[in-house]
Design a protein around this ligand. Structure first.
Ligand SMILES: C[S@@+](CC[C@H](N)C(=O)[O-])C[C@H]1O[C@@H](n2cnc3c(N)ncnc32)[C@H](O)[C@@H]1O
Length: 226
């Protein structure tokens, strides 16, 4: 087995046994909004998914977290769908072109696909795009309570039983963390009721779906009327 261009290349030329150290420098050089170790967590989580897993990311920015997940799709049939409004006039000042440049530069275009628009408008129709139950959703889009709630509810309904849902910026607020009360409230009040075996990596939270029979839309309606 050769070590070329920091990947392990097998005899038949395919990339084998990729581990975080192989791609860490490439991923960490991309602008992102994650804390140390969290991109590695996303990469490793994706690597544990089935070979044909469907993954959805909400909030892709310039492609840092997309690349961390995308690298774990290489040499598999996994697919990552990235939803982002990519509005240069928003607080994030980020365009779809910038995200695409990241994906192309890292050779991930066969595994990672953009869906441009507001997640709250796209998610209700997402099943028609991905055409399968979803194995993993990573939510890091709008941090406003009503938006996060909708992202969670629609994502949860797309997830297969035993699928994983991760949310970034789950934080009550401290000296080192930004305060995101909307995200915190959705995670603690809603998500924890429907997810099990939750893991935390700083303010990145991830849990597994156990229930299939949940009328998510009624929860959303109840919350809206609060
Ligand atoms: C915190 S950044 C995501 C950072 C990214 N996960 C990373 O670390 O590389 C949030 C992203 O969500 C997008 N966003 C915010 N509100 C959104 C919404 N309602 N629908 C879709 N995208 C949204 C922004 O355009 C921005 O790119």
């Amino acid at each position: 087995m050769l070590e070329t261009n920091s990947y392990r290349i097998g005899r038949e030329g395919g990339i084998k046994n990729m581990i975080w150290n192989d791609i860490k420098d490439k991923v960490l050089s991309i602008p992102n909004k994650m804390w140390k170790g969290q991109l590695e967590y996303l990469f490793n989580k994706t690597n544990q998914l089935p070979n044909d897993a469907i993954i959805i990311e909400i909030g892709s920015y310039k492609g840092g977290s997309s690349a961390a997940i995308g690298y774990a799709c290489i040499e598999t049939n996994r697919k990552l769908f990235c939803i982002d409004e990519w509005n240069e006039k928003s607080e994030y000042h980020c365009s779809l072109k910038q995200w695409q440049q990241t994906i192309m530069k890292n050779g991930l275009e066969k595994f990672v696909f953009p869906i441009k628009g507001l997640s709250q408008e796209i998610l209700p129709h997402c099943q028609e795009i991905v055409r399968k139950e979803v194995d993993f959703v990573f939510i890091d889009g709008s941090h406003k309570y009503k938006d996060v709630l909708q992202d969670f509810v629609f994502s949860f309904s797309l997830l297969k039983k035993k699928g994983f849902l991760a949310m970034h910026d789950v934080s009550e607020g401290s000296l080192v963390d930004a305060i995101h009360p909307g995200v915190w409230r959705v995670w603690n009040k809603i998500a924890l009721t429907f997810l099990v075996d939750c893991e935390y990596y700083s303010n990145l939270a991830c849990g597994q779906k156990t229930q299939n029979h949940w009328d998510s839309l009624s929860v959303l309606k109840g919350e809206r009327n609060e």
